[in-house]
Design a protein around this ligand. Structure first.
Ligand SMILES: *Cc1c(COP(=O)(O)O)cnc(C)c1O
Length: 459
């Protein structure tokens, strides 16, 4: 019997063609699309409630296009703000495959093949990061949730539940998702210690040791220290080997936040810069940043998969039929989610379809572009470029000060060929340029640098 909810093959083909054509037009237009939205017309008026009967796909696609256009062009080559990724089309197709076969991957026995595919990607990441054989992981929706699972695993491994005297060590440049995860996990703000940083904004190891020893002497229980492999503000990498040594010496869980920097582990340069990550107890990493995936994909790796299981596994009578001896992980036991989408294919398909070298080459290209942009901006006497970038984030400011730098950013963004964001370095306002999208190449970075140099002369 025909069902409105199960279109026949010819209808499916028609719908798919329309949607894919729509996407092709979108992608082909990206180089010319404005880098940001000028805000005119106010928020889009997608307020139509679902009707009782069907509406034409064409009309719905027009509404989606309208809604998507009222936005910063995060998919385009001019997006140099925050962490651009672009959104690989191959990943979109992987997602389409995964969602259509709709396998249940919370427990391995219901779809061991798809779980094995997902696990193969995780195991490969663990090896690339130098983690031991017993390592394991979980694909999450982003680094924030990966971090939450890591904090909870660390607490389960090192503490007796929510110890009010437990202490966590971060710096002011640690991403706020650590503080958020700690809060959700039941810790209070006074359990988070801000370790000072050195002149290059890296964790000061002497200060960290002193803080830990002082706390211990004062009856606190230091249990977790976080090193950042590519800070959000400036892309700075903390001294990971030193933090690892300190963590080992002081018996702390060592978490590395590689949300942004993690992808660079695939490159020779990144691997030497991130040396020490192989000593981590847990690593968070965002393929929706440095592997160019669409938003919604984070990875957590742990040194010992059992630590994740110990922290998350649970049981319900309604699950008693499910066998657990597949030799594969039951992802529901490793994180907060029970039912989850089959997340492996969105990574597996791009990695296999393009090959790993394509990712290495693209990441090396971004590093090279960032070095080039840094040199160009440094050469301008009207700009102050306070830090040599470790990765692909460059911060710069007008020598005329904070207000001038704010105007500089507004003027550059008003051109709508590139879109930059801002941050603060040593308390002072700085514009922030990040080269990371797979769609950003030399021409657009040159345009962005030229726009900055022109604007700094006009403010
Ligand atoms: C982006 C980012 C996060 C948070 O990741 P989400 O994927 O946005 O949840 C954590 N840490 C660092 C260093 C980041 O750059």
């Amino acid at each position: 019997m025909h069902s409105e909810l199960e279109p026949d093959r010819s209808t499916r083909a028609l719908w798919a063609k329309r949607v894919l054509d729509h996407l092709d037009d979108f992608i082909d237009n990206l180089p010319d699309a404005p880098a940001s939205w000028d805000g005119t017309g106010g928020p889009p008026s997608v307020v139509t409630e679902p009707a009782a009967g069907p509406r034409p796909l064409e009309q719905l696609l027009t509404e989606v296009a309208g809604a998507a256009s009222a936005a910063v062009e995060t998919a385009g080559p001019g997006y140099l703000a925050y962490f651009p990724a672009g959104g690989l089309y191959s990943s979109v197709l992987g997602e389409l495959l995964a969602q259509t076969v709709n396998r249940y991957t919370g427990v391995a026995s219901t779809a061991p093949g798809m779980v094995a595919l997902e696990q193969s990607v995780l195991r490969w990441f663990c090896r690339e990061f130098g983690l031991p054989q017993r390592a394991g992981g979980l694909i999450t929706t982003g680094a924030s949730l990966a971090t939450l699972a890591a904090v909870h695993a660390a607490r389960t491994a090192r503490l007796t539940w929510t110890d009010p005297r437990a202490a966590i060590y971060v710096t002011e440049h640690t991403h706020h998702c650590v503080a958020k995860a700690a809060r959700i996990a039941g810790f209070t703000d006074d359990q988070l210690r801000l370790v000072p940083v050195d002149a290059e904004l890296r964790m000061d190891l002497h200060a960290a040791r002193a803080a830990i020893e002082r706390d211990r002497a004062g009856g606190w229980h230091p249990f977790l220290i976080v090193g950042t492999a590519g800070s959000t503000s400036t892309g700075t990498v903390d001294p990971l080997p030193g933090i690892a040594a300190l963590a080992a010496d002081q018996d702390l869980w060592f978490h590395v936040d590689g949300a942004y920097g993690g992808g660079f582990q695939l490159t020779a340069y990144g691997r030497s810069l991130l040396a020490g990550v192989e000593l981590a107890d847990s690593v968070a990493f965002d393929p929706h940043k440095s592997l160019f995936l669409p938003y919604g994909t984070g990875v957590l790796m742990v040194r010992d998969q059992e630590t994740l299981r110990a922290a998350h596994s649970a049981h319900g009578d309604y699950l008693q039929d499910l066998v657990h001896d597949t030799g594969l992980p039951d992802f529901a036991d490793l994180g907060a989610e029970l039912t989850r989408d089959s997340r492996g294919l969105r990574l597996w398909l791009p990695l296999h379809l393009h090959g790993v070298d394509a990712f290495r080459a693209a990441l090396d290209e971004k590093l090279e572009l960032a070095r080039w942009a840094y040199d160009e901006l440094c050469a301008d006497p009207l700009l102050d470029v306070p830090l040599r970038p470790d990765l692909t984030v460059i911060v710069a400011r007008s020598v005329a000060g904070d207000d001038a730098t704010r105007r500089l950013l507004d003027r550059v963004n008003a051109g709508r060929r590139v879109f930059l964001s801002s941050t603060r370095v040593a308390g002072r306002y700085a514009l922030r340029l990040c080269v990371l999208s797979h769609r950003t190449h030399r021409d657009r970075v040159e345009e962005g640098v030229a726009a900055i140099r022109a604007a700094v002369r006009q403010i």
